[in-house]
Unconditional design. Structure first.
Length: 341
C-alpha cells in the first residue's frame, strides 16, 4: 500500500487551536467498523455506547513540561531545548534550536542559572545528548521553568497547561499528550464505572515520533519510532477476565491500543510486561485484544490514520473523515473524537 492511499484533504481552519471550555462537550462521530455507517453524538454520550462488563483501557502517562527556553553561555544567544528521553545520570536526549550553534561542549543556562547544562554529543539524526546540572528535584525544576511541548500544528499558547493533560494522568514521561483521553472528566469516568464498565490503566510515554511524517512511498518501508510502555499485573488480569466473560476491550487512544497489542500473546491474553515498543499497525493487521477504539481525528498520511484503517477499513475511515470535514468537525489534539466499534 502507498502512503498516498491514506491522504485526505483537510482545510487548515478545521485544526483545533484551543481546547473547548467543557472537556466532554466535544463532538463524537460513531463509526460502525463493519458497515462504515456513521452517527453524530457528543462525547458526554459515551456511556450510551458502552455495556456493563466492558473494559475501558486508558493511558495514564503525564506530559513532561519538556520545552525549555534559555540562552547559550557566554554569548547570550537564545536556545530552545525539548527533552525527549531520560538517558539517566542527568543526561537527556533532546531536540535543540538553533541546532547549528549548539555543538558538543556548548554551555546552556535556563531560569537565571537555576538550571544549567552542557551539550555532550550530537547523535545521528541531529538530536543532542545534554547533561543537566541543578540542585534539588529535576521534575520540580521543570514544573517551574518548562513549558508544554504542544504539537507543531498548534500555534496558540495554552492558558491552562492542565488542559493538555488527562484528568487521570499520573506517570510523568510523555513528550505529547495521549489526546483521546483529554475528553474525559472525572464525573464521566465515575458514571461509566457506576454502570458496570471496568477501567484499566496502562502507561505509554508518547514520543515526538508520533508527529513524524511518513516519507516513504511504500508504507512498509517506514521505520516506526520506539516508545516505552508498561502493563501491570492488575491490568493484564482485568483485561483477560473481561475477554473471558464476553466483555469488549475499548481502548482510549492509539497509545493504549499499541500498548496492549504489543504485549498480547497470539491467543489474545496479556501478562504483566514493560519495555520498548515499535509496533506498526496498518491494514492487514489482526487485532489480538482490542474490540473498539475511542480516538481523535489524525493527520493525513500518518501512521495513526493507518492504524484506524486497520481496525475499520481504509474506505470506511476515509469516507468518515470526508464526512467529518463536511460537517466541520474539529481535528487533531484539541479536536473532536470518534468511537469505532
Amino acid at each position: 500500500m502507498k502512503t498516498s492511499d491514506f491522504y485526505y484533504d483537510l482545510p487548515q481552519e478545521l485544526i483545533a487551536q484551543t481546547p473547548l471550555e467543557r472537556r466532554d462537550g466535544s463532538r463524537l462521530m460513531v463509526l460502525d467498523k463493519k458497515t462504515g455507517a456513521t452517527a453524530h453524538r457528543h462525547f458526554y454520550d459515551i456511556p450510551t455506547l458502552l455495556r456493563p462488563g466492558d473494559c475501558l483501557v486508558l493511558n495514564d502517562s503525564r506530559v513532561l513540561p519538556a520545552r525549555l527556553l534559555g540562552h547559550r553561555e557566554p554569548t547570550g544567544g537564545a536556545v530552545e531545548v525539548l527533552l525527549l528521553t531520560d538517558r539517566e545520570d542527568k543526561v537527556w536526549e533532546c531536540l535543540v534550536r538553533p541546532g547549528k550553534k549548539v555543538r558538543p561542549g556548548a554551555r546552556l543556562s535556563f531560569g537565571d542559572g537555576l538550571l544549567t547544562a552542557e551539550v555532550v554529543e550530537t547523535l545521528e539524526g541531529g538530536n543532542r545528548l545534554i547533561r543537566f546540572d541543578y540542585d534539588g528535584i529535576f521534575l520540580e525544576i521543570l514544573e517551574r521553568l518548562g513549558k508544554m511541548p504542544l504539537p507543531p500544528y498548534i500555534k496558540e499558547e495554552l492558558s491552562d497547561p492542565e488542559r493538555y493533560q488527562t484528568v487521570y494522568s499520573k506517570e510523568v514521561g510523555s513528550a505529547a499528550a495521549p489526546t483521546a483521553g483529554l475528553h474525559f472528566t472525572r464525573e464521566l469516568l465515575e458514571q461509566i464505572q457506576t454502570m458496570g464498565v471496568n477501567l484499566a490503566y496502562v502507561t505509554l510515554h508518547v514520543g515526538l515520533g508520533t508527529f513524524r511524517p511518513v516519507k516513504e512511498e511504500e508504507i512498509t518501508d517506514h521505520e516506526m519510532h520506539a516508545e516505552y510502555c508498561a502493563i501491570s499485573r492488575e491490568t493484564a488480569d482485568l483485561i483477560n477476565r473481561t475477554k473471558k466473560n464476553g466483555g469488549r476491550i475499548i481502548c482510549v487512544g492509539t497509545t493504549s491500543c499499541r500498548t496492549i497489542e504489543s504485549w498480547a500473546a497470539e491467543d489474545g491474553t496479556l501478562r504483566e510486561a514493560a519495555g520498548w515498543t515499535s509496533i506498526y499497525i496498518y491494514p492487514g493487521y489482526r487485532f489480538k485484544v482490542l474490540d473498539g477504539l475511542i480516538t481523535n481525528f489524525h493527520l493525513p498520511e500518518s501512521t495513526l490514520v493507518m492504524l484506524v484503517s486497520a481496525l475499520a477499513g481504509r474506505e470506511h475511515i476515509l469516507a468518515a473523515y470526508e464526512e467529518a470535514v463536511r460537517e466541520k468537525y474539529r481535528f487533531f489534539s484539541f479536536g473532536d473524537a470518534m468511537f469505532i466499534g
